[in-house]
Design a binder for this molecule. Sequence first.
Ligand code: SF4
Length: 201
Amino acid sequence: GIDGEVTADMVDEIARKHFPMCMRSLHETLRADRHLKHAGRLQFTLFLKAMGVSVEEAIVFWRKGYGQSMTDDKFNKEYKYNIRHSYGLEGKRADYPAMNCQRIITQNGPGPGETHGCPFCHHSIDNLTSSLTSVYRITAQADLMEIQRAVKDGFYHVACTRVFEITHAERGVKKGEGLGAGESVAHPNKYVARSRELEKA
Ligand code: SF4
C-alpha cells in the first residue's frame, strides 16, 4: 500500500471513496450476500493484498465478511487456506500478483450469481449505467453517453479512465489527464493508489 498496512476495518471507507468499479462491485456483493463465488474471491483477495492488506487482516476481513453465513469450522478448513494460498503461504507458495485489467477483462466472464470481471466489459449497458448514476453519482448525460460510447467500441479502460476523471474532478483532475500525465487505467491497484494519493495531496 502507499501508506503501509491497510486494516480490515479500513476497507469499507477506502472502497466507498477509491475503488474502481470492478472491486466496488465485488465488495458490495460481499456485503449484500455475505458471500462471493470463487473467481470473485480470487480477484478481490489479490487486489486487497496488493493494496496493503496483510494476510492476518485479510483473514479478519473475510471472516467478518461471511459473518454468520458460515461456521468457524468451515471458514478455517476451506477459506482460510485459500486466503493463505493467495498470499503464497500454502501449496506451491507462489507469489500471485494482483490481476491487471487485461487479465480481468479476458478471464472467463461472470456466470449467474457471479460478480467478478470488469463491469465495463461484462455488465449490460443498462446495469452499468445504473451503477454509474447510483454508485458513482455520474448524472450528466454528456458524461454518460461518452462512457457508453467507449464501452460499445470495446475501449473498457477508456471508459474506466473517464469515470476516474469525472469522479476526481473535485480533486483537480481534468479530462484527458487520467491517472496522471494522460495515463489510462490498466490496473485496478493503480486506480486505487492514485485515488488515495490525490486525497492526501
Ligand atoms: Fe476494473 Fe480495470 Fe475494468 Fe476499471 S477497467 S473496472 S480497473 S478491470
